[in-house]
Design a protein around this ligand. Sequence first.
Ligand SMILES: *[C@@H]1O[C@H](CO)[C@@H](O)[C@H](O)[C@H]1NC(C)=O
Ligand SMILES: *[C@@H]1O[C@H](CO)[C@@H](O)[C@H](O)[C@H]1NC(C)=O
Ligand SMILES: *[C@@H]1O[C@H](CO)[C@@H](O)[C@H](O)[C@H]1NC(C)=O
Ligand SMILES: *[C@@H]1O[C@H](CO)[C@@H](O)[C@H](O)[C@H]1NC(C)=O
Ligand SMILES: *[C@@H]1O[C@H](CO)[C@@H](O)[C@H](O)[C@H]1NC(C)=O
Ligand SMILES: *[C@@H]1O[C@H](CO)[C@@H](O)[C@H](O)[C@H]1NC(C)=O
Ligand SMILES: *[C@@H]1O[C@H](CO)[C@@H](O)[C@H](O)[C@H]1NC(C)=O
Ligand SMILES: *[C@@H]1O[C@H](CO)[C@@H](O)[C@H](O)[C@H]1NC(C)=O
Ligand SMILES: *[C@@H]1O[C@H](CO)[C@@H](O)[C@H](O)[C@H]1NC(C)=O
Ligand SMILES: *[C@@H]1O[C@H](CO)[C@@H](O)[C@H](O)[C@H]1NC(C)=O
Ligand SMILES: *[C@@H]1O[C@H](CO)[C@@H](O)[C@H](O)[C@H]1NC(C)=O
Ligand SMILES: *[C@@H]1O[C@H](CO)[C@@H](O)[C@H](O)[C@H]1NC(C)=O
Length: 626
Amino acid sequence: MKTGTLLLMVVLLILACSVFSSDTRVTSRKPKCREDERSALLEFKRAFFRKSMCASYDGQLESWRVAEGEAGDCCAWDGVECNEETGRVVSLDLENSCLHGPIGSNASLFRLVRLQRLNLAANDFKLSQIPSAIGNLRELTRLVLFDSSFRGQIPQEVLNLTNLSFLDLSYNALELKSPSIENLVQSLTKMEGLNLSQVLMSGPLPEVLADLSNLTSLVLANCSLQGELPMATFELPRLKTLDVSVNKNLSVRMPEFHWRSPLKSLLLAWTRCSSQLPGSLGNLNSLIELNIASCELSGVIPSSVGELAQLYTLDLSGNQLTGEIPPSLGKLVGLTYLDLSSNQLSGEIPSSLMNLTEVTLFDLSYNRLTGQIPSQISGLTSVLMLDLSYNRLEGLMPRTISELKNLNKFTVVSNNLNGTAQFDMLMKHQSLQALYLSFNNFSLVTQDLNVSLSKIVVLGLASCSLTEFPKFLTKLDTLEWIDLSYNGISGQVPQWLLNVSTENLAHLNLSKNSLTGFPSYPVKFKWANLQTLDLRYNGMEGPLPLPPRAILFYLASNNKLTGQIPQAMCQLSSIQILDLANNELLGVLPSCLSNLSSTLLTLSLHGNRFHGRIPRLQRGVRIEND
Ligand SMILES: *[C@@H]1O[C@H](CO)[C@@H](O)[C@H](O)[C@H]1NC(C)=O
Ligand SMILES: *[C@@H]1O[C@H](CO)[C@@H](O)[C@H](O)[C@H]1NC(C)=O
Ligand SMILES: *[C@@H]1O[C@H](CO)[C@@H](O)[C@H](O)[C@H]1NC(C)=O
Ligand SMILES: *[C@@H]1O[C@H](CO)[C@@H](O)[C@H](O)[C@H]1NC(C)=O
Ligand SMILES: *[C@@H]1O[C@H](CO)[C@@H](O)[C@H](O)[C@H]1NC(C)=O
Ligand SMILES: *[C@@H]1O[C@H](CO)[C@@H](O)[C@H](O)[C@H]1NC(C)=O
Ligand SMILES: *[C@@H]1O[C@H](CO)[C@@H](O)[C@H](O)[C@H]1NC(C)=O
Ligand SMILES: *[C@@H]1O[C@H](CO)[C@@H](O)[C@H](O)[C@H]1NC(C)=O
Ligand SMILES: *[C@@H]1O[C@H](CO)[C@@H](O)[C@H](O)[C@H]1NC(C)=O
Ligand SMILES: *[C@@H]1O[C@H](CO)[C@@H](O)[C@H](O)[C@H]1NC(C)=O
Ligand SMILES: *[C@@H]1O[C@H](CO)[C@@H](O)[C@H](O)[C@H]1NC(C)=O
Ligand SMILES: *[C@@H]1O[C@H](CO)[C@@H](O)[C@H](O)[C@H]1NC(C)=O
């Protein structure tokens, strides 16, 4: 090897080492935080950190301390960032840090005048106002104070923070009246993300909103906005999120969308659209979330909605939409949430919708849909909630429904479905927790069904032409709620029924049958947690059964119950409604009924043969008697 080459290598080595060491020197020379800022931080911690006062806590402030013999570089503390050159604190992230107590302008925090980013969200400042000293922090670009128990008018001084590009003051008890939203928008012209949800404004949104040309996110949900949403808002060139939901007095007129829009989330629910959906909605091809529920929409769903290929949430529920469901919605293969309920949609359910393999909620309830449930319904392979109730669907329940193994809640209440419901097929998956078949024209075959795996909790079988109690109920020990009303069940309640789901049953409705009574008296109910027992409109004879102690609603009117009200009835310490009207009960009312005053809302006794006085009940209890 030549000397020259060796020399070169040595030089390179030295250079490399010096680069390396100067690098480490930069790190080690990185300025420590200034003493005044460190003490401002420690003072802030002392004044507000109350670990014992909060349930969950992200943990930053534990690192804020000065160990003995150490300088205590606050730039290294969790949640603190300093400028690399000056060592000044430029960013403070104290979200969910157990800060607790009223805060004022004297708080030491406001001495950190070089702060550019401040996050005090999810703490509890005890309904303080936002201190006017916030205006000292002139360099702020990002201010996040959501859900921190601030109250009152947002101070004028916020308008001095002209470099702010992100402001989130949502979910406090704040007001923006003077200064107004208009003042704010005029001052903070660099705004990119503005979230003032639940800040009370009660004015119209200013047209100058359209001047915030860099705005990407505007979230003003539940702000009591009035007047009209400026049309130009939709044209903001960078806007990705527009959320003005829950401003019931805000009129929203949607334009025809003839430009390329980056809008991803368009959330207008619970405002006042009072118009039709624009046919050009399909041009918003970046949309992933469209929620225009309860917005007084009328007219049809434009088939161009099917062009919104990125969409994963579509909620148009609670409007007055008419016409048919456009089959083009079947093209929205990424959809996970489809809610078209509570409209006036008619026609058949397009079988193309059954290609929506990602959809978890599929709700077409409360419309005027006709025809059959498409047998391709098994294509909704991810569906958890399937609601087709309150329509005019007819014909058979397709067997293929049983292939939906993730189904958690299925309801077809109030349609014209007929034939034999595939009941055991429906209940063969452990995922099914709620099944509502009430008010159709089914004939349910219920004998000897194998429902051994079922974990069903809620079962609606009202008006299902049952003539006896389905024996499979004995196997359903997770049941909490069952409705067997409006059937043709006659005779005595069988002894085994009293054994059904003894630990869990909370609601039992047997009304509107032809039941004559219980197998033995006194009736011993084993349902320790029963809250509702509805026996109304049967032909129940014999003495009034005493419901379980936990009962809230005991409804036994319109039967043929005889005898007196037992004294033990006075021990129902949670009862709210006691309805015994139209029976053949008699005698003197037990005076101890007045013990029930504190919970009782309604006591209904008319149509019996009681005599004597009605016991003194607290004012406010509705007493129906003749
Ligand atoms: C701020 O001033 C109030 C009185 O105006 C006082 O009660 C409070 O202790 C002071 N807080 C701090 C952190 O100095
Ligand atoms: C606002 O930002 C600009 C550009 O980043 C900067 O030059 C200016 O000093 C900032 N103003 C304040 C008050 O910090
Ligand atoms: C805030 O801005 C107003 C004008 O917009 C100005 O008069 C006032 O001095 C500013 N306040 C501070 C503390 O800079
Ligand atoms: C908008 O953002 C661009 C860069 O992203 C910036 O140059 C421009 O100054 C911003 N406009 C306003 C009004 O802040
Ligand atoms: C407020 O809106 C912004 C922008 O959409 C979002 O990033 C932020 O999470 C929202 N804040 C809350 C508390 O939801
Ligand atoms: C709207 O805000 C009020 C408080 O201002 C709150 O009580 C209410 O629950 C909110 N409504 C919704 C739908 O978030
Ligand atoms: C809507 O406006 C009416 C009439 O001005 C008012 O009475 C009502 O309180 C407002 N409702 C809301 C939610 O702001
Ligand atoms: C549904 O999907 C199947 C198979 O992926 C396809 O053949 C059929 O055309 C699709 N139907 C509609 C209406 O998109
Ligand atoms: C079921 O209803 C359809 C029409 O809705 C009818 O044609 C059919 O006969 C009915 N089937 C039964 C078993 O009642
Ligand atoms: C229910 O089906 C029976 C025949 O099974 C029929 O007589 C009756 O009209 C149907 N009721 C309704 C409301 O469709
Ligand atoms: C009930 O069905 C389960 C699974 O579907 C099966 O393992 C079990 O043997 C069946 N029981 C009877 C009595 O058929
Ligand atoms: C009800 O369950 C008890 C055990 O809790 C049992 O002894 C009794 O035989 C059962 N009665 C009926 C009718 O199933």
